[in-house]
Design a protein around this ligand. Structure first.
Ligand code: ADP
Ligand code: MG
Length: 434
């Protein structure tokens, strides 16, 4: 077996069977053209090619690194242009297609206060296509799970044998332009009006694009008139997406508009645990809590962090412990540290504990003050790049040994006092996501 085939076999272990069968199984490794820093694989068609490139190339690259010890770039391509043309023709012939990611399902979507509403809305629509909320409009920030939810509904519909089209609004626009250029608009119309369910991701990209909006309006009317379900996602509420025809904007609100908020700490922890299970990474709860507090609200970061941890530990033959994790995530944190000041941290701590910032920085010895000061100092040490002498100066302490002594004290408290530890985690989370 060559290294490429080996990597494919290893990847098989890490993903679901249906993902493997659908996308990875057909990959062919080009041992001749690949070099020590470039791995070339052939995919059978453009859809699979793009999907693998965006979803799996990082994983594949990591596996090469684990096997070879050196980094490689991964290129997913197609055998030759004739074959490619044939495939494109075939795709065009298919009047509908959906490119659903079989691993994004309701079962592995962790629900918490932040996404409960959107989750319930999508779930309910997946059980009552076309009749409950039509259209369903989900909006929220980057990496909060909009696509995951939409795909989950798509997978349910597809399992019911429905003709599902999943597309980003950019792909929709490209498809539109292509059909205009080829003078095949009737095919475009037929394709999108014939489906049972239309899922359009990131619809905000249609902003300012008059032609496609005009066309989409008619598609929308036709589908909705036939009781076909439409689900859309965007980064904003329809009212806030500028450059949208008014009639479209108002129609987007006809069914149900549901928002997704950044996950709270418990939800982040649940998500990390679930991703660990899926990716077969074993982490102690200390590490999981640490990751939950340092990542932004963007859930997408979690997967990157886990594969990085896994690759490092396999490469260096070390078990993953908390220090190792901190070390491995150093670069990631460095960026964040640059933007956090002791002042902003102290302000957030003081607001949360209802103590004035000036008091936190004073020499007061009451129990509450000492408690708040310890927390502020610890978080400043963890989340900023200030040195011990700088911390000492800011918190009105004699010198760096006083700070170092305090930090030792806090570390031992964290080991013994569960409430104290939780408070620190909660506040760090608040600070990094503010
Ligand atoms: P968005 O479309 O809102 O930018 P995605 O749906 O692409 O975000 O989510 C980014 C990543 O985070 C995906 O890998 C997704 O599976 C994961 N994710 C987001 N929210 C959750 C959640 N609640 N439970 C499990 N995974 C989640
Ligand atoms: Mg998305």
């Amino acid at each position: 077996m060559n290294i490429g085939q080996e990597v494919i076999q290893q990847l098989k272990e890490e993903i679901t069977e249906s993902e493997y069968n659908r996308y990875i199984k057909q990959l062919i490794y080009d041992a001749k053209k690949s070099t020590s820093d470039l791995a070339i694989f052939y995919a059978s068609n453009a859809l699979v090619q793009n999907w693998i490139q965006s979803k799996y190339s990082e994983k594949i690259s990591h596996l090469f690194e684990i096997n070879n010890g050196s980094k490689v770039s991964v290129r997913i391509t197609q055998k030759n242009s004739t074959e490619r043309r044939k495939t494109i023709k075939k795709i065009e012939k298919k009047t509908s297609h959906s490119l659903l990611n079989p691993s994004q399902i309701f079962d592995n979507f962790m629900v918490g206060g932040s996404n409960q509403f959107a989750y319930s809305a999508v779930k309910s629509v997946s059980e009552n296509a076309g009749t409950k909320y039509n259209p369903l409009f989900i909006y929220g920030g980057v990496g909060l799970g909009k696509t995951h939810l939409m795909q989950s509904a798509g997978n349910v519909f597809e399992n019911q044998g429905k003709n599902v089209i999943y597309t980003t609004s950019e792909q929709l626009l490209n498809d539109f332009i292509r059909h205009i250029r080829n003078k095949t608009m009737e095919k475009f119309q037929e394709k999108y009006r014939k489906c049972d369910v239309l899922l359009i991701d990131d619809i905000q990209f249609l902003s300012g694009k008059e032609g496609i909006q005009e066309e989409f309006f008619h598609t929308f009317e036709a589908l909705r008139g036939d009781g076909k379900q439409i689900i859309m996602t965007a980064d904003k509420h329809p009212k806030k997406i500028g450059g949208l025809q008014e009639r479209l904007q108002s129609r987007f609100e006809w069914g149900l508009v549901a928002d997704i908020q950044p996950p709270e700490l418990e939800t982040k922890i649940a998500i990390i645990k679930s991703k660990c299970e899926i990716n077969k990474v074993k982490l102690s709860s200390d590490i999981i809590n640490y990751i939950a507090t340092v990542i932004d609200n963007n859930v997408r970061e979690i997967e990157g962090i886990l594969s990085r941890l896994q690759a490092y530990s396999q490469l260096m033959h070390i078990d993953i412990d908390l220090d190792f994790t901190k070390n491995a995530l150093k670069d990631q944190l460095q960026e964040k540290k640059k933007n956090l000041s002791m002042e902003s941290i102290t302000n957030i701590v003081s607001k949360d504990l209802n103590i004035k910032p000036s008091e936190i920085r004073s020499k007061g010895r009451s129990k509450n003050l000492v408690y708040a000061r310890r927390i502020a100092i610890y978080i400043c040490r963890e989340l900023t790049q200030n040195t011990m002498p700088q911390l000492a100066q800011y918190f009105g302490m004699k010198d760096h040994t006083a700070i170092s002594h305090t930090i030792k004290k806090i570390n031992s408290l964290i080991q013994t006092d569960e409430d104290f530890k939780t408070k620190i985690e909660e506040l760090s989370n608040k600070i990094t996501s503010s």
